[in-house]
Write a protein that binds this ligand. Structure first.
Ligand code: FAD
Length: 551
């Protein structure tokens, strides 16, 4: 007999599961229940439609119920809210706009209800001037409000991916934009010294940043709304976008017997099955294994949701696919800058007392003699065995490629030696004979083999002038433009003739612009009996880490 498969939620995970199910089983009866009026829409494109980068609303609709019926013979029921699940009887209760409340039985069930925006009970949060962004109706509401006569300013609360994308797109619409973030920095997946690139880019594009300052309350005014911050400061605007994170949309599962985690995420095994037989769950609503740390967590991203949907479908159709975890590979555009990351960051590794090493390189996106090369700031995290734990990069070009390559090696449990060995495409317009990924691998290898000892920015703060000396090995012109306070200056090309100026009893912390000349200096001095460490990332990392956004 043909199987009857019910899917709750018709967007990323749900639609992906449905299409795969049909490709595997032409006879199954497949019903998708979707609470809203749209299925398979481009959630990730919504901020760009508000910003008019994507101009046609229709382009957001990747599929419609009609197109899914024609191509995949799916029974898509929109405006159908699944309000209850009974895994004993294998049936769901649906509250439908057209058909009222009814029940539907299933042989297998896939839950992909996603996550909804957080709205904590802050005084004034229900104001009509506060918007959240999850779906097409939210998008329409924000866009039509922005287009009203006299709307000039917006405050984005929350510096995560959606908040930053909204800030950029509202600037595109000509609004004055402020961004408020309770944490010391925006974009939590990045470490603070790296994320300074993003904060500078936002400020350079007139997004006013309020960091380390949470919201105390909202107050509606005659025109617009004010936000009162924890510091007592007040910011006023015509509208507010609230983007402080999401929580799983799983309230309807509370009495179902389906196991939920402490924050309401559905607990699944590596086949995406819940604790109840024939009930699978995927996407933002599920708890996943962190691929690097092995711990349970939640990482709401479209790629994992799609992959998990496919795996649940495979399982229902008897295939043996498994989900091995999420590494959190993500990317964001901010005006002319791209930021991307994969795996763990230093903050998390340090908090969990996981031993790690970090190096920074600042290579160019392609050969510098070919026009248009742009610097890339790349941070690589790895352990004493060379296993890659994470990477982060910022730059105007080629960031996506480098992080994708490292993400691939990380997924294959590769090491920094693999990064050094990778043979990647090269011609001057595209890369260098030693790709930035190779460069990061070489530096990490040098650190592991003891060829170079590195110091980090935090070591500069705790430098003891009785025991250590900072040595700037850049040119006179570079030194004059800015240097780290207290540094001795001997350009690398003069080092062999001037090394007697250095105290052999002191440890030398050498630095250059990005780390390369510092490494050469450390090799010269080490071989002459000096004890030298090289500041990884050099003055460029130092100056970005010292960047303080204006308020
Ligand atoms: P969703 O795609 O949210 O789908 C869940 C659906 O289930 C919803 O339509 C909901 O109405 C429906 N539903 C919920 N409960 C019920 C119920 N009881 N009955 C019936 N229907 C129900 N990720 C990236 O990787 N890159 C990006 O650039 C990116 N940008 C984003 C931008 C925005 C503005 C947003 C909101 C998200 C973005 N994401 C991005 C996240 C990505 O969209 C999600 O990770 C992905 O959509 C999750 O898929 P899902 O199937 O779990 O949930």
């Amino acid at each position: 007999m043909a199987k009857k498969i019910v899917i709750v939620g018709g967007v990323a995970g749900g639609a992906s599961a449905a299409a795969r199910l049909r490709r595997l089983d032409e006879t199954a009866e497949i019903i998708i229940f979707e609470r809203g009026g749209f299925i398979s829409f481009a959630n990730c494109g919504l901020p760009y439609y508000i910003g008019e980068v994507i101009q046609e609303r229709a382009k957001l609709m990747v599929q419609t119920p009609e197109s899914m019926k024609a191509r995949f013979n799916l029974d898509v029921r929109i405006y159908s809210d699944v309000v209850k699940i009974d895994p004993e009887q294998k049936k769901v209760t649906v509250n439908s706009k057209d058909r009222g409340v009814y029940e539907e039985e299933y042989d297998a069930l896939i839950l992909s209800p996603g996550a909804k925006p957080l709205k904590p009970p802050i005084p004034g949060i229900d104001s009509r001037f506060i918007f959240t962004l999850r779906n097409i109706p939210d998008t329409d509401r924000i866009k039509s409000y922005v287009e009203q006569e006299g709307i000039r300013s917006a405050i984005v609360i929350g510096g995560g991916y959606i908040g930053v994308e909204m800030a950029e797109n509202l600037r595109h619409r000509g609004l004055e934009v402020s961004l408020v973030e309770a944490a010391p920095h925006i974009l939590a997946p990045f470490d603070s010294e790296m994320v300074a690139f993003a904060e500078k880019e936002l400020e350079d594009n007139d997004v006013r940043l309020f960091l380390n300052d949470g919201v105390q309350s909202f107050r509606e005014e005659e025109k617009g709304i004010s936000v009162v911050l924890q510091s007592g400061r007040e910011v006023h605007a015509d509208l507010i976008i609230l983007a402080i994170g999401v929580k799983p949309d799983t309230d309807f599962l509370k009495d179902s017997g389906i196991a939920l985690g402490t924050r309401g995420h559905i607990v699944v095994d590596e086949t995406m099955q819940t604790n109840r037989e024939s009930v699978y769950a995927v996407g933002d609503a599920v708890e996943i294994k962190d691929y690097v740390l092995g711990s349970q967590g939640a990482i709401p991203l479209a790629g994992p949701a799609n992959k998990q949907g496919r795996i649940a479908a495979d399982r229902i159709c008897g295939l043996s696919s498994t989900y091995k975890g999420t590494q959190g590979t993500a990317i964001i555009k901010m005006f002319n800058l791209t930021g991307a990351s994969t795996g763990s960051n230093e903050r998390t590794l340090a908090r969990l007392n996981i031993p790690y090493r970090a190096v920074y390189v600042h290579p160019s996106s392609h050969a510098t003699y070919y026009p248009g090369a742009k610097p890339i700031a790349l941070k690589l995290l790895f352990n004493d065995e060379g296993l890659i734990l994470g990477a982060q990069a910022f730059g105007q070009e080629g960031v996506d490629k480098r992080i994708d390559v490292i993400a691939t090696v990380l997924r294959l449990k590769g090491t920094v030696h693999d990064l050094a060995e990778l043979e990647l495409t090269y011609a001057p317009p595209f890369s260098s004979a030693k790709d930035p990924v190779n460069m990061a691998g070489y530096l990490a290898q040098n650190v592991l083999s003891g060829q170079t000892e590195v110091v980090h920015l935090k070591d500069i703060d705790t430098l003891d002038p009785e025991k250590q000396v900072l040595l700037d090995v850049r040119t006179q012109a570079e030194y004059d433009q800015g240097h780290i306070g207290g540094a001795l200056h001997i350009p690398v090309d003069e080092l062999r003739s001037r090394m007697m100026e250095l105290d052999p009893d002191k440890e030398i912390y050498a630095y250059c612009a990005v780390g390369l000349r510092g490494y050469i200096a450390s090799r010269i001095l080490n071989q002459n009996g000096y004890k030298v460490k090289n500041l990884t990332g050099g003055y460029r990392s130092y100056s970005m880490a010292s960047y303080k956004p204006d308020k």
